[in-house]
Design a protein around this ligand. Structure first.
Ligand code: FES
Length: 570
């Protein structure tokens, strides 16, 4: 139990063995920031800003932070902005996921150490909202999420395009030889034309929607484009509400309850959200002592329709979703299936929010009503079987229906390097009806579980648009195809995926939620004896901490010692 501390700058004093001296010194040094004693006596709202010149998605956060501060001042608080690590998805090696837990550690440590009565968590790019929520859940300081907002679309020859489903579609066309060099170059300049996060239902948009669904964000905040004035107004309101949270001492643990995670899983299904969200939600829940098992996600799959037609499941972009009313409309559509008793950062319950007068926006078709869904059944399913004893995930809504019940010969790649070396080799023994298996790209094998699960179609199979692909890696939420991910245990830990060999048969039975390697058990035992994989080790630094502590996909890829004490033994 954390020690109760006085509010404002009088709280969380630096240790000198003399509390009065510590207070005296703090007042003196706080005055150096130019604030009057009147300002310094107000509740302190931290404005946690992940702006960075190595994170294009967060380009708008400086201006947004000013809007937040306006709100905090208006409501009688003292806004103090501070940085933590920022993770720009495209600028990190080997992958941002490798660093998510480092950012979460940074967030938790700074929220615990600084004298904050509440905090506005500003982030957006894929791993940043998860890391902010993980850290805030552990520190349990009153917190409100403020997303950077999605970017607007660009244009190519009259067609609207945007990051990053279109990135993959055009790159696949270029690989097939369907595009000229000049065309792919022109497209490059149009895919990410403004500040903000990827404009489709990728991981960033999904995590923003789930933050709102869990009650950690003010209503309507997930979809407002980064460059829209509505985003600044939303920022200002978030600042005002942070002061309310500071007074009420309403904490993340009171908002992100087991029922709130169920709401998030339900919404994840309905928006056709990213598979990555399953890992992130599991990690956030784990910080609060809540076990989020794959079966829970799966139980909602058949009873939740896909309602939002954004890429990659549909054709629209986040800017369309915002115009259509955004997540509040989805929540209204799912109202009967959500836990209305959950508290939100508004101080009211979700049910109370949804009870307000509401008119369905019939003029739009981006968000479909439950009686006319985009797809009758939810987007994500969990698969178990001899190839994935601890589970795996498939985005059914972005898959080719005919491959959902299929059996195929495996073409196995033993690592990312092996994949890069052979995928375009004309001598590769691959046929259109094969499946591609990638090993050693999981949490340890990657390391960091890179978004390599969207294996490219071999160049020799020109014209082939989809193949069954299986790995222990992750996939960008913006990608599409029949792709089984997060296979656990991973190959580097001796999971059956690592025992598969080219020529083996694999069966996917999405209806029965099975993923099986059709190889005799004795033969697998023999291969296991022969292989005995040794997960790589690191001698120092963050990589050593990562390798010694990271857990498998079904536990959220969090570090074992960062999960809630009640879950650390299991
Ligand atoms: Fe930041 Fe896609 S690269 S959200």
């Amino acid at each position: 139990m954390a020690e109760k501390r006085p509010p404002g700058l009088a709280g969380g004093l630096t240790e000198y063995g003399d509390r009065e001296f510590a207070q005296y010194l703090r007042r003196s040094f706080a005055s150096a920031m130019g604030h009057t004693p009147q300002s310094l006596g107000k509740p302190v709202v931290g404005v946690l800003n992940t702006w960075s010149e190595l994170n294009n998605c967060h380009r708008g956060l400086r201006e947004l932070a000013e809007a937040v501060k306006r709100g905090v001042w208006q409501a009688g608080g003292l806004p103090l902005e501070f940085p933590v690590i920022s993770l720009g998805e495209i600028f990190l090696s080997p992958t941002s996921m490798f660093l998510r837990n480092l950012m979460a550690l940074d967030v938790e440590a700074m929220l615990r150490a600084q004298p904050l009565d509440a905090v506005v968590l500003m982030g957006g790019c894929d791993k940043t909202l998860p890391a902010l929520l993980m850290g805030a859940a552990s520190a349990d300081v009153p917190a409100i999420v403020l997303a950077a907002g999605p970017m607007l679309t660009g244009s190519h020859e009259g067609e609207r395009i945007g990051a990053c489903t279109d990135c993959r579609r055009f790159w696949a066309a270029w690989r097939r030889g369907d595009l000229e060099r000049a065309t792919i170059d022109d497209i490059e300049g149009q895919l990410a034309p403004t500040a903000g996060t990827c404009g489709v239902m990728g991981t960033a948009s999904t995590m923003a929607c789930l933050s709102e669904a869990m009650g950690m964000m003010l209503p309507g905040g997930a979809a407002i484009p980064a460059v829209h004035a509505d985003r600044l107004r939303h920022g200002e309101r978030s600042g005002i509400q942070a002061v309310v949270l500071a007074h009420k001492r309403l904490k993340p643990s009171q908002i992100m309850t087991e029922a709130a995670f169920d709401n998030a899983l339900r919404v994840l299904q309905a928006i056709g959200g990213s598979t990555n969200a399953v890992i992130h939600l599991t990690a956030i829940a784990g910080r609060l002592g809540i076990k989020l098992e794959l079966d829970r996600l799966d139980a909602m799959a058949d009873s939740t329709p896909v309602l939002v037609g954004l890429k990659p499941s549909g054709a629209a972009y986040m800017e369309d979703f915002h115009r259509a009313g955004g997540l509040p409309v989805v929540l209204q559509a799912l109202r009967g299936q959500l836990h209305g008793e959950c508290l939100t950062v508004t101080g009211a319950t979700l049910g109370g929010q949804l009870a307000k007068p509401f008119v369905w926006p019939a003029w739009q078709d981006v968000i479909r009503p439950p009686h006319d869904p985009l797809q009758e059944q939810g987007a994500l399913i969990a698969l178990h079987g001899s190839l994935a004893p601890d589970g795996s995930v498939l985005k059914r809504s972005a898959a080719s229906p005919m491959l959902l019940q299929s059996e195929a010969r495996a073409v196995v790649f033993s690592s990312l390097n092996d994949l890069a070396a052979r995928i375009d080799d004309p001598a590769l023994d691959a046929r259109p009806d094969d499946c591609l298996l990638l090993q050693n790209a999981g949490p340890l094998g990657g390391p960091g579980m890179p978004e390599a699960g969207y294996l490219p179609i071999p160049r020799k199979l020109t014209g082939q648009r989809d193949m069954l692909r299986i790995s222990d890696a992750r996939m960008s939420g913006t990608a599409f195809g029949t792709i089984v991910l997060h296979v656990a245990p991973e190959a580097a830990l001796g999971g059956p995926l690592g025992l598969a060999r080219s020529g083996d048969r694999v069966r996917l039975d999405a209806q029965r939620r099975r993923l099986d390697l059709l190889v005799d058990e004795r033969e697998l035992l023999r291969r296991g004896e022969e292989a005995r994989p040794q997960p790589p080790v690191a001698s120092r630094g963050y990589e050593r901490l990562y390798r010694e502590s990271v857990q498998q996909a079904q536990l959220g890829v969090d570090f074992d010692f960062l999960r809630h004490e009640s879950l650390q033994s299991g």
